[in-house]
Ligand binder design. Structure first.
Ligand SMILES: Nc1nc2c(ncn2[C@@H]2O[C@H](COP(=O)(O)OP(=O)(O)OP(=O)(O)O)[C@@H](O)[C@H]2O)c(=O)[nH]1
Ligand SMILES: [Mg+2]
Length: 421
């Protein structure tokens, strides 16, 4: 186990802008992936007619991902800088897989936004930035990638940078916190080593920027919450739910309760990065075994918490949302899917309580008949199936969500109040 502080980092951005290639390159240049593996990937990619995907294949392990040359599911990878140890979550950029990106981003403290210099801000650049902000990403590093395709032009870099800065202002992502770096993931410029092709840039490499990220203060004071991502059966151990500890501390011997499945038991073992540990804290991705709990008793979307302070199951909840896009207007009765932590549940807009001035957050209208793209509002939602949520003011990690419908992110929001069953 590492003594260094832990950081969870998401790689986000539009499809094909080079996210997986960046991660593969970073792992290669820091010695985490040996040259002969890249060589194998190079051959496999060429055979599949996907030359150029050798670095992306480090992260894209599914057969379908390699055939199509797109990332479909999130993939985790461990990685060290001098100061931190990272769990990198590579997310898919394709619009069909935004729900996987949401899961990945909701596990992260910081993110690298990859924007291809030859394409600039694209639809999922916008969508991912919007989601990252709402899902509580603290710091964004912006990698302007594929600089080799624009002759390492400082002008092009500045144009793309300006476009991204405008986007950050629109979604009110504090752009003081944004760090921009021109890179070529494929050629290895400004990844671990300073590029001789871009003398005009005097900022950090990606590796330096990662090492300079602010340390996040882990929310150990809040009660334990572990959203369950998957449930496995492992021979010799039994049922092993896996997930990320969002808040609190999980100890062997603790009595935990899974909600909304409403089962509980004593924690027998905890495993992290293939090693047994006695306890795990915020940010740790763990698998754990609980006495008496079988594979069918719990599922993805459940949240584990202390048996004496179990996760809250919402009958209804009040939330503040910002509508990003909608083909028409949103009225009471609308029932899209809410993505919160690892859960996806259809929820009905029971009432639209207040329209807010998006700039000041002040109430602009009580009980409006409808809201539309660009509006901020306070709404009351009713989950169609039991759903664990917590007020964002108490446990922010369990209090943010995305609203999805027709393959698009309609809105994102944070929970103000939970009315329990
Ligand atoms: N010329 C050039 N091509 C690049 C660079 N980075 C990535 N590519 C190419 O862009 C294509 C897509 O790369 P990926 O890393 O799979 O992109 P991605 O953002 O992970 O894509 P999704 O996961 O499907 O959203 C591949 O053909 C890469 O070789 C770069 O810096 N320069
Ligand atoms: Mg990818």
């Amino acid at each position: 186990m590492s003594d260094k502080p832990h950081q969870n980092l998401a790689i986000i951005g539009h499809v094909d802008h080079g996210k997986s290639t960046l991660v593969g390159r970073l792992l290669f240049e820091t010695g985490s992936v040996p040259e002969h593996i890249i060589e194998q990937h190079r051959e496999e990619a060429a055979e599949k007619g996907k030359s150029g995907f050798e670095f992306a294949y480090v992260m894209d392990n599914l057969a379908e991902e390699r055939e199509r040359g797109v990332t479909i599911d999130i993939a985790h990878q461990r990685f060290d800088t001098e100061k931190y140890y990272f769990t990198i979550v590579d997310t898919p950029g394709h619009r069909d897989f935004v729900k996987n990106m949401i899961t990945g981003a909701s596990q992260a403290d910081h993110a690298v936004l990859v924007v291809a210099a030859d394409d600039g801000v694209a639809p999922q650049t916008r969508e991912h930035v919007f989601l990252a902000r709402t899902l509580g990403i603290e710091t964004l590093i912006i990698a302007v990638n594929k600089m080799d395709t624009v002759d390492y032009s400082e002008n092009t870099y500045n144009e793309v940078k300006e476009e991204v800065q405008e986007l950050l202002t629109q979604v009110r992502f504090d752009s003081d916190d944004a760090r921009f770096i021109p890179i070529s993931a494929f050629e290895g410029d400004n990844i671990a080593e300073r590029s001789a092709n871009m003398d005009w840039f005097d900022g950090p490499t990606v590796l330096e920027a990662l090492n300079n990220l602010p340390e996040s203060s882990p929310p150990t004071d809040a009660p334990l919450r572990v959203p369950i991502q998957d449930v496995y059966t492992i021979s010799g151990i039994g049922t092993v739910p896996v997930g990320r500890v969002e808040t609190g501390v999980l100890n062997v011997g603790d009595n935990v309760s899974f909600q909304p499945s409403d089962v509980s038991g004593e924690v027998k073992t905890i495993e992290m990065h293939h090693e047994e540990v006695d306890s795990a804290g915020p940010g740790d991705n763990v698998g754990f075994n609980v006495r008496g709990i079988g594979k069918d008793d719990i599922r993805r979307g459940d949240v584990a918490g202390p048996a004496d302070a179990p996760p809250s199951v919402a009958e209804t909840f009040k939330a503040q949302i910002v509508v990003m896009q909608h083909p028409s207007v949103i009225t009471a009765g609308y029932t899209p899917v809410i993505h919160a932590h690892t859960a996806q549940v259809a929820c009905t807009f029971e009432s639209i309580d207040q329209k807010l001035d998006p700039a000041s957050g002040e109430v602009a209208e009580e009980n409006p008949d409808f809201i539309k793209a660009g509006d901020a509002a306070v709404v009351t939602l009713r989950p169609q199936k039991p759903l664990v949520l917590e007020p964002s003011s108490e446990i922010p990690e369990l209090g943010s969500f995305a609203v999805r419908d027709m393959g698009q992110t309609i809105a994102a929001g944070k929970v103000l109040e939970v009315h329990e069953r």
